[in-house]
Design a protein around this ligand. Structure first.
Ligand code: G3H
Length: 534
């Protein structure tokens, strides 16, 4: 993939170009928003024109409501047209052309999107660039995966005297809601497969990480037929809630918290018709066995707990360490945490960056205080150091069930360490947990690891051996048990999650066979076709 490097920007002079977004995309048109707008601030402080120092104003977005939400819904419904629309019946090759056009245009906006990722959600530059490039790769991979799927469907089966031409068809109108921590990648990992399968979509960016979508509005408008992609800005309760109440959404695709997913689902009057594609919260544990390679374990636990300050659903959110090695682990881990470089996202070699949610440092402090009151100590010197937008990662030990940080998904820089003497302790904790996404298992002895893997695989959906938890590579299944997910995402699985198997059956009679053959030769149907896409 050709990468477009971000032009060097002098960040010492602050945020240079505010983005005042007054447009939204509905029914193929970029409309001018005339109503109220909401300011978008970064928690990174800078000096404003009046010489006051405070949160940096990055721009404004429309504060849209029910009327605009309904217009987007109608546009998406019209484009789907109960399955008769241009998009759901279009030839696969033509849908893919739209997607290829889009990704080519998207790539030209890399520099601005990366810049906004750094200011809006304070992701460090390397990770912001990775998020953009990974998303572009995901789109290319999805195009290839769909061609593959289509090639495999370009055939007839015959069983019990019945010919069948089986494909996967779209589900209808999809409401896409993404998270703030991966505002580009995770949202597009929902939106792109939903589109490619022939669904029409309404998409509302998350509360943080919203301006970075605005450079892409035109690319969406120019690449897809009217009503196929509709993009709105504003609060979920004013946009998503009224849309759900109509009962006209066929798929709720959401990455975020289960409380939002349940609330939205509850508004839908026909729940049996609503398909859910949800990536939700998690409390992934690391289990460190007595014979774990200490250097490797510390390195992986640092990246697992603190990449993007622990604001990842896949982050390691609790570490169970065997009592025989816990002292050594604690002292080395605490020192490694204190050595991590904190700074602004664009600074060279920065790993830790400010937190984009204004209330997050105070929340992290609450968790620390609660744990301390119940007997835990902060092991690292810098742990819990507080500024207006950061709480330095605190390594807490010993943590037990009575503490809030044991139960709550901290989604931020605080690391609870729980000592154990018998492996049944972390296993019981995982079995009792509300979550079941992934686990990291650190150790070497196959007689211990073998049976453990057999149990862990039934408690979560990915067991990472001697490595941090993560979603990627994106071709692997990404899902979870219990409160952690509904449906599976991966380049391959997402195409299935956003579609349904549907087929044409025809009894093996001379009368029907002649019709089928004529259909195949005539190209009258886009569904009945054995053409191959290379
Ligand atoms: O927030 C959850 C993301 O899906 C995590 O993805 O493991 O690539 O950071 P990642």
């Amino acid at each position: 993939m050709e990468k477009i490097a971000a032009a060097p920007i002098d960040h010492s002079v602050g945020f240079q170009q505010q983005v005042h977004c007054s447009q939204y995309l509905v029914d193929g048109k970029l409309h001018q928003w005339q109503g109220n707008t909401t300011p978008v601030y970064s928690t990174i402080y800078s000096e404003n024109e009046q010489g006051e120092v405070g949160p940096t104003l990055l721009g404004t977005i429309p504060d849209m409501g029910t009327e605009a939400a309904m217009s987007a819904l109608h546009a998406a419904e019209k484009a789907f047209h109960r399955g008769q629309g241009l998009w759901p019946t279009m030839k696969v090759a033509d849908r893919l052309k739209c997607l290829s056009n889009f990704v080519a245009k998207m790539k030209t906006h890399r520099a601005q999107v990366v810049e906004l990722l750094m200011w809006e959600i304070e992701k460090n530059q390397a990770d912001a660039e990775k998020e953009f490039d990974r998303t572009v790769d995901y789109i290319y991979d999805t195009i290839e995966a769909y061609k593959n799927l289509d090639r495999r469907s370009a055939r007839f089966d015959k069983e019990g005297g019945v010919h069948a031409h089986i494909r996967r068809g779209p589900l209808g109108v999809v409401l896409c809601l993404g998270p703030y921590n991966y505002p580009l990648n995770e949202t597009f990992c929902l939106l792109i497969p939903a589109l490619v399968m022939g669904n029409t979509t309404i998409f509302k960016p998350a509360k943080h990480g919203v301006l970075l979508i605005t450079p892409l509005l035109e690319a969406f408008q120019e690449s897809f037929p009217p009503g196929v992609v509709n993009i709105l800005f504003g609060r979920g309760r004013k946009i998503a809630s009224p849309i759900m109440e109509t009962g006209k959404i066929d798929v709720l695709a959401l990455i975020g918290h289960s409380s939002s997913a349940v609330a939205l689902q509850d508004l839908h009057p026909n729940k049996n018709r609503l398909r859910l594609v949800l990536g939700l919260e998690a409390k992934n544990p690391g289990i460190i066995l007595p014979d774990a390679d200490m250097d490797l374990t510390i390195k992986e636990c640092i990246s697992g707990t603190l990449s993007y300050n622990g604001q990842r659903c896949t982050a390691l959110k609790m570490l169970f360490v065997h009592e025989s090695i816990v002292d050594e682990f604690n002292s080395r881990f605490a020192q490694a945490v204190d050595e991590l470089k904190y700074g602004l996202p664009w600074e060279e070699g920065v790993f830790l960056t400010p937190l984009p949610e204004p209330g997050k440092p105070a929340y992290i402090q609450e968790l620390i205080k609660d744990a301390e009151e119940k007997g835990a100590k902060i092991l690292n010197k810098k742990g819990g150091e507080l500024t207006h937008n950061y709480s330095f990662p605190a390594v807490l030990y010993p943590v037990n069930k009575s503490m809030r940080v044991y139960e709550e998904e901290q989604f931020g820089p605080v690391i609870p360490i729980i000592p154990y003497s018998d492996i049944s302790e972390p296993l019981d904790a995982m079995a009792a947990s509300e979550y079941g996404q992934q686990v990291s298992l650190f150790g070497r002895d196959v007689r211990k690891i073998g049976p453990l893997i057999d149990t862990l695989a039934n408690l979560v959906c990915r067991v990472n051996l001697n490595s941090a938890c993560q979603r990627g590579p994106d071709v692997y299944p990404f899902t979870g048990r219990k409160n952690s997910a509904v449906s599976t995402l991966s380049v391959y699985d997402a195409l299935r999650s956003f579609s349904i198997r549907t087929f044409v059956a025809s009894k093996d009679t001379p009368y029907n066979n002649e019709i089928l053959e004529t259909l195949l030769n005539s190209h009258e149907s886009n569904f009945i076709s054995t053409d191959y896409l290379l």
